[in-house]
Design a protein around this ligand. Structure first.
Ligand SMILES: NC(=O)c1ccc[n+]([C@@H]2O[C@H](COP(=O)([O-])OP(=O)(O)OC[C@H]3O[C@@H](n4cnc5c(N)ncnc54)[C@H](OP(=O)(O)O)[C@@H]3O)[C@@H](O)[C@H]2O)c1
Length: 261
């Protein structure tokens, strides 16, 4: 699958899985608009990818957890003359701890970034893709989407939202030529756990999947035209088992998996 001459917006491109997507789309010929808060990291990545692949790369530093930020971002992208052929809604974060003692601003920022910004960027970019009868929407969900997770309650709920929204969208755009995919990684070796205050949990003690594996699974899902895909065989078995288990049992297990050791 090549993207020569097409422009793809990737959020959360400064590290982890988003950085992997930036490298893969660049290798496949796409011009890129890269978004995250860290302007230095984005700038360095943009220079490197431009030098390596001869593509156009626009780094834009934005905090997408601020209400209204996606609209401002899209205006900047339009002013810079970029027309988007795809969006990868990857930026997101989690938070470990009970809801009752969590920072309320952090929880609402999580919902705004993980859900609202993702919907707004999808809604804004879709009409052009449908009109052109081509395009990609990749939304990063998680195996956290498959059951409630006590002590990561809001995060798991945001990812259940992403998965449900994206699968429904896949059905809406069937036959338009636009590919829509929800990718659900399990534990993946990135800065996610540090950002989520979830280092030292049982989950981080287990072997992690790599960013490269998640990216490869994503492109497999896109090529197969699937609505959603889970990264990794074991993650697929566990997420599917969780979905069909009694909720109380699934919650007991998920809580134990993210418990600090
Ligand atoms: N790693 C895992 O085990 C795992 C598993 C399942 C799903 N996921 C999902 O995968 C996605 C990528 O996470 P990751 O694992 O690659 O973690 P990561 O390395 O922490 O990357 C998160 C990315 O999102 C950006 N970001 C965070 N807050 C932002 C904000 N307010 N505005 C704009 N950009 C923001 C970060 O850049 P800045 O800090 O520069 O803004 C960074 O580029 C997330 O949606 C996460 O929920 C991860």
């Amino acid at each position: 699958m090549r993207f020569d001459g097409q422009t793809i917006l990737i959020t959360g491109a400064s590290s982890g899985i988003g950085l992997g997507y930036a490298q893969e789309f660049a290798m496949r010929g796409a011009n890129l608009v890269l978004v995250a808060r860290s302007s230095d990291r984005l700038g360095n990545l943009a220079s490197q990818l431009h030098a390596q692949y001869g593509i156009t790369v626009e780094p834009i530093s934005t905090d997408l957890s601020v209400p209204g930020a996606p609209a401002v971002l899209l205006e900047r992208i339009g002013q810079a003359g970029h027309l988007l052929d795809g969006v990868v809604n990857n930026a997101g974060f989690g938070d470990h701890g009970d809801v009752g003692s969590a920072d309320p601003h952090r929880l609402s920022s999580m919902v705004t970034l993980n859900c609202t910004a993702l919907v707004e960027l999808t809604r804004a970019t879709l009409p052009r893709m449908i009109a052109n009868r081509r395009g990609v929407v990749v939304n990063v969900a998680s195996t956290a989407a498959f059951q409630p997770i006590p002590t990561m309650a809001v995060y798991a709920a945001t990812k259940a939202f992403v998965l449900s929204f994206t699968e429904a969208l896949w059905h809406e755009v069937r036959g338009t030529g636009v590919r829509v995919l929800a990718i659900s990684p399990g534990g993946t070796d990135t800065a996610f756990f540090t950002a989520a205050n979830a280092t030292g949990t049982r989950m981080t003690a287990n072997p992690m999947r790599s960013v490269e594996q998640v990216v490869a699974t994503t492109f497999r899902g896109l090529e197969q035209g699937r609505p959603s895909i889970i990264d990794g065989g074991l993650n697929t078995i566990l997420a599917t088992a969780s979905r069909f288990s009694p909720t109380r049992l699934a919650m007991m297990i998920s809580r134990a998996v993210v418990a600090k050791t």
